[in-house]
Design a protein. Sequence first.
Lengths: 380, 79
Amino acid sequence: MKRIVILGGGTGGTMMANMLSKKLSSREAEIVLISNSPRHQYQPGWLYVPFGWEEATDLSRPLKDLLRRDVHLHIDAVKSLDHLGKTLQLESGKVLAYDYLIISTGSHIHPEQVPGLAEGGDHFYSEAGALRLREKLNDFQGGRIVIGVGGLPYKCPVAPLEFTFLLDDYLRRRGLRDKTSLTYTFPINACFTIPTVADMAQRLLDEKGVTVETFFNLETLDPTLRIATSLEGSEISYDLAVFIPPHRGAEFLWNHPIADADGWIDVHRSTLQSKVAPEIWAIGDTTNLPISKAGSTAHFEGPVVAAHVVAAVRGQEAESKHAEYDGHVMCFLEVGEDRASLLDFNFAGPPRPKEPSTLVHYQKILFNHAYWHLVPTAVI
Amino acid sequence: MENLTIAKESDARGSFCPGPLMELIRMIKAGTVGEVYAILSSDEGSKKDIPAWINKAGHEYLGSEPAEGATRFLVRKAK
C-alpha cells in the first residue's frame, strides 16, 4: 500500500484529500493530510469583511468536518522536506515518510518586505487585517484613500479592483463619497492585466470618479508623512493606504531545491509535477506558474493532479480526460451596487467578460455559501 | 543575444492573468542587479508594454527574439 501525503488544509489540499479518497481504495493507498490549522478558511470572503458585509466568523469551518472519514488528518507543520529521502520532518518532532507528496501550502502575506507597509498600510488578505481595516473604515469620515498592489505575486489578481468598486459603493451608502478621493494604482500600464477586462474596469473607474495611476509598483510607504512611493518614482499622499502585501510560499520551501527563493515550486505547467522530484506534485498558489493564484486555479488543477497520482499508484498512464491542465481559471469580478461580472479563461484565450449584472452578483453570493458543500468536499 | 547568460527565464505563454509583464516585474524585483532575465510571451501587447515598463523603471532592455512559437524578451536588472 502506498502512502500519499498532502500538505495544506486550504482549497487545494482539502479537495485533493477527498478526491483521492474517492478514487483510491484503502487497500491501494493511505491518505494523510497535514495542516497547520484545524480550520479551513474561505479566503475570498475577506473582501467583504472591511465593509461589514460578511462576518469573519462565518468564513472558516473545522477542517475535520470537511474530510471523508478515511483521510488521516494531522494538525502539524512541516519543518523540512527531504525530497531525496522522501521524508518530512514535522514541527512536532515526527518524521513522516511518503511515496507520493502533494504540496498545497498556498501563498502567505509578507508586508515586512516593503519598508513602511506593515506600519502604514492596511489590507484584507487575512482575517486580522480585514477586521483592522473594518475598524478604520468605521472611523473614517473622509480623506484620501489609495489602493494598490504592494508586491508580486499576489493572490486573487482582481481583488484590488473589486475592493475599489465595493469601497466606492460603501462610501456612497455612508454619504462620504463626496468627502473622499480614491486613487487606484496598478503595477502595469493599464488598470488590469487582461485588456478585455481592463477596458471594462477603466470605464467603471471613470464613472465612479476614481483616479487611476498605472505603472505603480510600491517601493516604500512613509507612515509619518503618509506618502506612498513607487519604484517608477511617483508619489501619492494618503490618509488610508490599502495595499496587497507581497506573498511568499511556505517557509520550508524558501530556497528549497524543488522551489525558488520565495518557495514557489517549479512544476511542469501541464501536469503540475515537480521538475526536480517526480513523486511530488504542487497545486494552487504554491506553484511557480505565472497564472492566477486563486482557489479556482487549485479547483481546476485538482482533477489533473488526482489523475496523475492515481496513475502512479496503479502503475498506469493518467486517464486522458484529465491528463493535462489547460490553464483554466474562473473569477467573479464584483463591481459594486450589487453587480458583478465573470471571467473565465485558459491558456488558449483571454476571458470575454459580460457586462456586470445583478444576476452574476447573486451567483457569487450563492457560490460563497455553496462553496463549503461543493469545492473542498470534491463534489464538483 | 546568443552570448548572454540568462539568470532566469519564465514561460508566460498563454498567461493572461497576471500576465507576462507582471511576471517580468516579479522576476526583476526578486532578482540581482546586473543579471539578465527572460520572459516568454505569446501576447502581442507585450511588444509594446514590456519595453515601456523597462524604460520607465530604469532597467536595460536587451531586445526580443522569436522562440517556441512566441517571443522571448530579455532585460538586465540595472538597479
